[in-house]
Design a protein around this ligand. Sequence first.
Ligand code: NI
Length: 206
Amino acid sequence: MRWSSMSIKPVLRMGDPALLEVAQKVEAFNTPELEALIRDMHDTMEALNGAGLAAPQIGVGLQVVIFGVKRNPRYPDAEEVPYTVLVNPVLTPLTRTMEQDWEGCLSVPGMRGIVPRFANVRYQGSDQHGESIDRSVDGFHARVVQHECDHLEGILYPMRINCCGNLSFQISSILKPEQASCCASNCARWRALRFPLSTMICAVSR
Ligand code: NI
């Protein structure tokens, strides 16, 4: 596709209230509007080298997500995820096991965080033509789909982080995922900071 024919949209950033809204179900398939939305999302994700994008991130409050990771010889360990258009998704965790790993988000530029996610999930929904999709996945595929579907509920990954010590600028790999679950001292410090704050808010609103 030629650059001139691409439709790259601005991505909303954390702090924009539209990112906190719950997205609406798509009612009609095979419409020019849905095709245009998916083209915009695809071109925007490609241009920004994202692994996924949800419609609310470009200001459209509909239950549409796309994701995909191509094999890259520079990252031989990176898992391939098939390019998927997923409309009206329903997620079901298949285990109670949670895994901690790094995530980034085009709406939270320059930052990364260690986020707990279900290790195995089933996702159901349909593609842009209304054809049903039903997959059970694990690893990075499971992580990506949970991250993208969270956007449809108005949830950004920093809201899933157990402890603010697991949120970092993209400067280095200071934190390792295996350290994330043993940051009890950080969490205790975080709580110590938060409780006086909430007490203050209560006192003010009384
Ligand atoms: Ni995101």
